[in-house]
Ligand binder design. Structure first.
Ligand code: ZN
Length: 204
């Protein structure tokens, strides 16, 4: 939940700011909360501006695979990279800053986009005995999707709280996300659903 991903920001997710109250309310129910923060150096290679002649939302081949090019966003230390001012999760114990390597983008909270360089989050969660993750935020079809996919691969049970997310939908990415979640067994629920109905470990 960062300024640049909300309306008025450099890479705004439509209606991205709407979910802030829901995210706050959900987070209050959990003992272990991890925030993620896109944290790019200037000139990051996910920025269209770093590739002469390219425009935002074009897709190029990077050494680790296809990469959507984005407007410059979430540059380290800028207001755009700061958390949304309405975010109110003082008990969050960890902030994962990702995308800090100029040459590799990082959608997932667990791995950079090469799918092999870990952020360390898996170890943090395992050492704390966490078995199930509830994911919310922006954007559903990129950072939420990749985080959920990687978490399933790491053996966590994963629930995406869909109405506590908003998508951006680039080149069919929303449809691809839904297919992927179905194939991997990522559960999608609504924030209004009683969380206790999903199992006894809520709050862990
Ligand atoms: Zn980014």
């Amino acid at each position: 939940m960062q300024h640049d991903f909300c309306p008025g920001g450099a890479l705004a997710v439509p209606r991205g700011d709407e979910i802030v109250p829901t995210v706050n309310r959900l987070a209050a129910n959990f003992r272990t909360v991890v925030l993620t923060q896109d944290w790019h150096p200037a000139g990051h290679l996910s920025f269209a501006s770093a590739h002469p002649g390219k425009s935002p939302y074009e897709i190029i081949a990077m050494p680790y695979g296809a990469q959507v090019l984005w407007p410059d966003h979430c540059v380290q230390g800028t207001r755009g990279a700061a958390f949304h001012g309405g975010l109110d999760i003082p008990h969050a114990g960890l902030v994962i800053r990702k995308g800090t390597d100029r040459a590799i983008d990082s959608y997932s909270a667990l791995y950079e986009n090469d799918r092999t360089t870990p952020t360390g989050l898996t170890g943090y969660l395992r050492e704390r005995g966490i078995e199930r993750l509830f994911v919310a935020g922006l954007a559903l079809d990129f950072c939420v999707r990749y985080s959920a996919e990687d978490a399933v691969r790491e053996g966590f049970a994963v629930v995406v709280i869909e109405d506590a997310c908003r998508g951006i939908d680039v080149a069919g990415s929303m449809a691809a996300t839904r297919s992927s979640f179905a194939a991997l067994g990522v559960a999608a629920i609504a924030a209004r659903e009683p969380v206790a109905a999903t199992g006894p470990r809520i709050g862990s």
